[in-house]
Design a protein around this ligand. Sequence first.
Ligand code: GLY
Length: 324
Amino acid sequence: MSRRRFIKNTILGSMASGVLGQSFKKPSFQNFSGPRIISTWNHGFEANKVAWKNLSSGNGGLTAVELGVRVSEDDPNETSVGLGGLPDRTGKVTLDACIMDKNNDCGSVSFLQNIKNPISVARMVMEKTPHIMLSGKGAYDFAIEQGFKSQNLLTKKSKEAWEKWKKSSDYKPVINIENHDTISMLLIDENQDLFGACTTSGAAWKIHGRVGDSPIIGAGLFLDNDIGAAAATGLGEAVIRTSGSAMVVEVMRQGASPLEACKEIVNRISKIHKNRPEWEYLQVGFIAVNKQGEHAGYSLKKGFNYALHDTKNQKMIDAKYEIE
Ligand code: GLY
């Protein structure tokens, strides 16, 4: 072997064994327990049913997660997503969403107004543009061009809630009710391929223009088809500060189970936020699924749950948590 080739091989060998970087344990692909879908919160239950129906009919994982989370976007009684989502402090409903597939293709919209199904606009950004994220008026114009209908998303109920809030104008989101109902859905199909979607109207009474974690790939949602997928719910600022979902996947890459990985990042968020003013109302939760189909949810404070749908189960699971 020439001296030059020897040096090159030695360097490549060192990289593979982790001398120049971190070496990761390769997770096993064995013991796959079948396709499944997990989604945040109670509304995930109905959303999962629609996603499962689409998956079983052969419509593919991407369509399954898109149409699944649209159940929550379409529901006027769901006050944290789509139509009927609680507005910002100026009374405007502004929506964030993102979608991601097994090939790392992804699309996202943020600060989108007057379009009921931001998740479908996010999918079109992914499929019809060279970009990943469109925001505000640009996202709206793109949606209209693609045939989406403009509509008022503020319902009688959400308008009344806003008018009531205005009397005090106190920004202290109520844990597990006002601020923490983002729907995030993760799906592993029969080929062990991963898909995810995340959609929200964001924090109620936020400053006009505020964007949370949900449209940010790596914060609200992330997947690596070799490892697993993760998604978030809760106060977006805390999730963005830690690149939450991407970090959950990276911890799984190091060999952690979905539960251990979610716990690790929630602990990190807890440490960072303990002395911050938002601590008293802070809630974050993650769900994760790995390549074997193992899944988990974990939150900072009690009260987070997620919905599971697989060949044997359709049920809600109470997530473990750090603080009572
Ligand atoms: N996780 C949703 C938000 O903070 O906007």
